[in-house]
Every structure is written in C-alpha cells, then in structure tokens.
Design a protein around this ligand. Structure first.
Ligand SMILES: [Fe+2]
Length: 411
C-alpha cells in the first residue's frame, strides 16, 4: 500500500493534489489482481484440493477474501448492495463467530460448488460494488470505510501467501511433484555465518509509526535485552545437513517432549518436503523437485525442529524482541523475503493489548495461546506487506510455511 494512501488515512483529510478515492481504488485493484495472478497457473482441479485441515483450497482463499469485503465493508456501509449469493456467508466465513455459522474448516475441499468460474464472478461482483462505494463516498463516509478497506487488503495479502504455501503442500501429496511455476527461482541471499552484537539495554518494540499495522503489533513498549550475539545470516541447508548427519533427528535429548513425540509419530528425519533419492537430498519447491542447495537457507522446519537445532548448536532461538531490535538496527541479513524466522517467544498479547470490539476484534487476539511467533517475512509474502514489528504466528509443529531460523548466542 502506498505511503500516500496510508498518510491520507492517518489524517482522514484529503491534502491538496491527492486523489484519495483514486489512491484507494488503485490499491484495491492492485491487491485483488495479485490474488488472481497467483491463482492463474492453477487449474480448477488444483483450486479445489485441500490436503490437510490446516490448509485451504485456492478457490476458498479467493472466495473468502471476497466475503471479507462483502461482510465487513459492503453489508454495513453500502445499503443498496445485493449479495452475490446469500449461501456464500456460510461457506466462506473462516472463524468469525460474530459473523454467524460457518462450514467446517477440514471440509473446505469437499465444496465443489460454487466452481472456480463462479468464484471469479463473485470476485468481480464485489469488486464493482467496492469501487462504486469508494466513488460515491463523501468525506465522512470515506473516513469510515477506508480503515475497513485497508484491513481487507492486508487480510487478502495474508491469504496470497497462504495460497502458495497451501498449494505447495497439496502438490507435495502428488507423487509426480508438480511445479506451480517452472520458472520460479529462490530468492538471492547474503552468504556467511557471521554473528553480530545484540544492542544490550532498554529498547522499544512494537508499532509506533504512521500507516497500517495489525492490532497485535501494539501497544509499543519497552523491553530489556541482555548481551549476546545474533546470527547475521539465516541457518543454511548445509548446517542442517550436519545436524542430520550428527543424529539430530535420532537424539531425544535434543528435543522438547512434544517435539520428540512428533518425530516418532510422523517419522521426521529431515525438513518438510525433503526427499532422499539415490543418496542425494531433494526438496519440493514452487518450481518442482530441486536438489537441496547447501548454501540456501533451510526452509519448512517446525518450531520443534528449530528448537532442537539450536540446542544441538549450543545456542538459542532469539526472542521476538531481540529479533525486532536487531532488524531495526540493520544487523540482520535477509530479515525479509526469504523465510519467516522462528523465535522462542510465545504468541502473547503485548502489555496493555485489547482486542477491538466487534467481529474484527476476532482477527488476532483470540489466537494468543499455544502458538509461537515468527518474524520477518518469506519469499511468498507480497511486497510491502511485512515490517519490523510484524508478528506472524503458528503452532509449534507447523512446517508447511516457508519457515526457517537464525540463532542467538548468549555466551
Ligand atoms: Fe482470512
């Protein structure tokens, strides 16, 4: 989202020379088009599949992000709006209890109707209504609707990332290892294994600037960092291969009890999507099955694996505060755009956090239990979506995201 749009929103006034409706309309079109661009390589069959309860079909992502605008923007703010199909609220509400009953999450892949083409028509219907709402809004109406459009666009960007992580998981179930995009290439990364001093002392973390943030990034508050060294670089596949060769997946004493239970139950012996073929390791990427590059950052590891690796290395995962302070100081290479980085911070409310009233208050706050924070962003995160204060969160066994790690050393 452009700074012009966000600064206009902050002030809720239209500065001279700024076309506020045009800026929001352009931002809306750009984000909506990116979702369709990501879905374009996928057939209707691809778009239906749901390979586990944690993932969703592409078609569902396309429809759910559209329902979000219908439910939270058009129904409250566009009195003449007619729903595309009144059954879609039940099908495409994800977890908003205040928005009414909803279809069971693990059964999203069983919904063959509406088909992908009908979802395309649903998106076009809602797009027209949103643009019309923007065109006709006076200044007072704009002040009410633009915050909803802004969270709707940030929400859709989150689903753009999930669209890719979820289809990769689906393709991983296919013995032919399909490619989402045979021309896809991994992001370039800085090489090395340097560590840099953490700035010890009192620092502020959390979002305190202008523009958009999610509620879980606030309130900004002070934290105390102890002395230590944080990895400038991400942990690589080559380092992970040493962990594996040293019996990392066979040594119970390296693992948390819950993690070891996963190793045993699911026979983990390498990161997710790794396959050993004739003595060589390959991994499923968006471009299909590729040899594991020892110099590339390790990807598709769970919190349990990251934690065990840190213990094996005689180091620790950073806290989210250490990560944020180091990122703001420019100490981290590849902080963004490669892999989300596990921290050893539980996903908890910041001191003084209160979820907003109403259905959108369900966005983040009610998930602040039993999950761990990841920082940065990944190769699948849309450009401009993440920031230093951004808090991603997943359950400790999750390994289908583009998730890796860097280490901290307190000795
Ligand atoms: Fe959602």
């Amino acid at each position: 989202m452009s700074r012009a749009v966000t600064s206009v929103l902050e002030r809720n006034v239209e500065p001279p020379g700024v076309d506020i409706r045009g800026a929001w309309t352009e931002a809306f079109h750009n984000v909506r088009a990116e979702t369709e661009r990501r879905a374009a390589p996928l057939s209707a069959e691809d778009q239906l599949v749901q390979s586990m309860a944690d993932t969703s079909p592409t078609k569902w992502h396309r429809a759910h992000t559209t329902w979000f605008f219908e439910q939270f923007l058009l129904k409250p703010h566009a009195p003449s709006y007619r729903e595309f199909d009144e059954r879609f609220g039940y099908l495409f509400n994800s977890y908003y209890v205040a928005a009414g009953p909803r279809h069971a999450r693990p059964e999203r892949g069983l919904v063959t109707r509406p088909d992908a083409a009908e979802v395309t028509a649903y998106r076009a219907h809602v797009d027209r209504a949103v643009v019309q709402l923007l065109e006709r809004a006076d200044a007072a109406a704009l002040a009410k609707i633009t915050p909803v459009i802004e969270i709707g666009l940030n929400h859709e960007q989150q689903h753009q990332e999930l669209l890719l992580t979820d289809i990769l998981h689906a393709f991983a179930q296919n013995p032919t290892s399909p490619a989402y995009d045979s021309g896809w290439r991994p992001p370039r990364c800085e090489r090395g294994n340097d560590a840099v001093d953490l700035p010890a002392g009192i620092h502020s973390i959390g979002f305190g600037g202008e523009g958009f943030c999610f509620d879980n990034e606030q309130p900004a508050h002070q934290v105390l960092l102890r002395e230590g060294m944080i990895g400038r670089h991400l942990v690589t596949n080559g380092e992970w291969l040493k962990f594996m060769a040293d019996g990392g997946y066979a040594s119970h004493d390296l693992w948390l009890s819950d993690g070891w239970a996963k190793v045993e139950a699911e026979h983990w012996n390498a990161p997710n999507y790794w396959r050993e073929i004739d003595g060589a390791w390959f991994t499923l990427t968006l471009a299909g099955l590729k040899p594991v590059d020892p110099a590339a950052p390790v990807c598709h590891v769970s919190y349990y694996e990251a934690d065990a690796f840190a213990r094996w290395a005689g180091k620790d995962l950073p806290t989210e505060a250490e990560w944020e302070v180091a990122a703001r100081a420019g100490l981290l290479a590849d902080a963004f755009g490669v892999v989300w980085q596990w921290t050893r911070s539980a996903y908890l409310p910041y001191p003084g956090f209160r979820a907003a009233a109403g259905a959108l208050g369900e966005y983040n706050g009610k998930f602040m239990i039993n999950q761990m924070v990841l920082r940065g962003s990944s190769l699948a995160t849309p450009a401009g979506h993440a920031r230093a204060s951004y808090r991603n969160f997943f359950h400790p066994p999750a390994r289908w995201q583009f998730s890796g790690l860097r280490l901290v050393d307190y000795r």
